[in-house]
Design a protein around this ligand. Structure first.
Ligand code: ADP
Length: 496
């Protein structure tokens, strides 16, 4: 009898759904299951998830993917995990039950705590050690909030009765019973020293976080444990783990320093591989661990555009200018240019490289001739301009020119946007054949650990190009557009 084919299972635990995807050796999808779960909004600006529901939906998705692919559980060679980052789970060591809902990365409840930490003058120390800025986004401040709000939890944590983890740790614990994380997730907590590769005692003391609650940190491609047999129907090893953005960088095979990816979703997430050097940004970008294959860390610079695809959602849901997001492309193409209209969607201020929380959404250049199509086109173009500003800042920090942009995410389906991005950035934008690049990254990390893929070269050969957008715009036109865009940004920033 011929040996059974083997596959790698990626668990992609996202903010709104749990997904599981089976990949074959070529990196093609052979089974997928996605299950949405409840978003809990206890107060304006607060977001929670039920950790038990995260686990339930994730397990069901894993079983569903195996069923969809019509394979036997023992054909799964390994499991890789990728997850929404920074989301904080605290659970009871004895019973394994969460002691509070998960506090989601988007949740702003620890904003005041962050203000206090900044007022204490801790920003430089935190940046130097963790590569991060003090912000409610990161797990450590969410833990501080829990311990301040519920002193009993602090006592229990100090007695070693509780376990903390980001969602990867929670899933690894439920699958294998072990309390572990990887450096990509650890580097999003504000508690992890990314240069020394360990939880930072000084920060733990300053933030009053008991070390007893922390998971052990092992490489992103390593043996995390065996999933209990009753869960998936076979004792499958868990051998890969990375936060979602880092997994996407890996899935895009951005292995060389200076290579970068941009995910065009609700916002844009841009990461650039900086090799073995944790580059300190002059533009307030984050420094983060990209992955650890067991031979020392690879680092990345990270930045985000707050409002990207969301501007199209806004045009659709609030302004009624498009019926669906794909109509934006048709409208943008129906005109030759934006008719001198520039839109700066600074709905929540502007991020890197501007860092202006006072800036507000602005449209300039409207005339009697402006149409809906010009407006929609200006909105799409704003996604490309913002990404360009971010990428240029990254290049400045690293001192190297990015060769091309590897793109993914919902809005990367918009070919007008991709071409315009290539034009204003003066660099090719490349789309991969496999749309599920984040899950694929987790699968690669897991598969490399068990020898399913022999080395990075094999992974790189698997990266197949679906489409490449080559810059076509005349230099003069580009310069003129960028000058106008900068003026529009200036207007958005001087509004308040
Ligand atoms: P997320 O993971 O952040 O929820 P997705 O990667 O699923 O986001 O992408 C969804 C976003 O992409 C939405 O904001 C939507 O408006 C935008 N989007 C989807 N398709 C298109 C399109 N064809 N053109 C422009 N934007 C699009």
């Amino acid at each position: 009898m011929a040996a059974k084919e083997l596959y790698i299972l990626a668990l992609d635990q996202g903010t709104t759904s749990s997904r599981a995807i089976l990949f074959n050796h070529e990196g093609s999808i052979i089974g997928l299951k996605q299950i949405p779960f409840t978003q809990i909004f206890p107060k304006p600006g607060w977001v929670e998830h039920d950790p038990e529901e995260i686990w339930r939906t994730q397990l069901e998705a894993a079983r569903g993917a195996i069923e969809a692919a019509q394979i036997e559980p023992d054909q799964v060679a390994a499991v890789g995990i990728t997850n929404q980052r920074e989301t904080t789970v605290l659970w009871d060591r004895a019973s394994g039950k969460p002691v509070h809902n998960a506090i989601v990365w988007q949740c702003r409840r620890s904003a005041e705590i962050c203000q206090e930490l900044r007022a204490l003058g801790l920003s430089d120390l935190v940046r130097e050690k963790t590569g991060l800025v003090i912000d409610a986004y990161f797990s450590g401040t969410k833990l501080m909030w829990l311990f301040a709000e519920y002193p009993e939890l602090r006592h229990r944590a100090e007695r070693g009765e509780l376990m903390f983890g980001t969602v990867d740790s929670w899933l690894i614990y439920k699958l294998t019973g072990r309390h572990l994380t990887d450096p990509t997730n650890a580097s999003r907590t504000l508690l992890f020293n990314i240069k020394e590769g360990r939880w930072d005692e000084e920060l733990l003391k300053l933030f009053k976080i008991p070390a007893a609650i922390l998971p052990d940190v092992v490489p992103s491609s390593a043996h995390f444990g065996l999933a209990r047999k009753e869960l998936l129907g076979a004792e499958v090893p868990v051998t890969g783990c990375a936060g979602d953005q880092q997994a996407a960088l890996f899935g895009h095979a951005c292995f060389e320093p200076g290579t970068a990816k941009n995910t065009y979703g609700t916002g844009c997430f841009t990461l650039m591989n900086t090799g073995s050097v944790p580059v300190v940004s002059k533009n307030n970008l984050l420094t983060t661990v990209a992955w650890d294959l067991g031979k020392g860390y690879t680092y990345a610079l990270e930045g985000s555009v707050f409002i990207a695809g969301a501007v199209i959602q806004w045009l659709r849901d609030q302004m009624g200018l498009v019926a669906d997001s794909s109509e934006s492309e048709r409208l943008a193409r129906s005109v030759e240019d934006s008719g001198e209209v520039f839109m700066v969607p600074a709905f929540v201020g502007m991020g890197a490289p501007y860092w202006d929380s006072e800036a507000r959404g602005t449209v300039v250049g409207i005339t009697r001739g402006t149409t809906r199509a010009h407006f929609v086109r200006a909105a799409l173009e704003s996604i490309a301009y913002q990404s360009r500003d971010l990428l240029v800042a990254m290049e400045g920090d690293f001192g190297r020119r990015i060769p091309c942009i590897k793109a993914d995410g919902g809005a990367s389906a918009n070919s007008f946007l991709m071409q315009f991005q290539a034009d204003v950035l003066e660099r090719s934008v490349v789309l991969p054949e496999v749309g599920e690049i984040t899950a694929l990254g987790a699968a690669y990390l897991a598969g490399l650990s068990v020898g399913y893929w022999a080395n990075l070269g094999e992974v790189e050969r698997n990266w197949r190009k679906k489409r490449e957008f080559v810059p076509e715009m005349a230099a003069e036109r580009r310069a003129r557009l960028l000058e106008r865009w900068q003026k529009a940004v200036g207007t958005a920033r001087h509004y308040k």
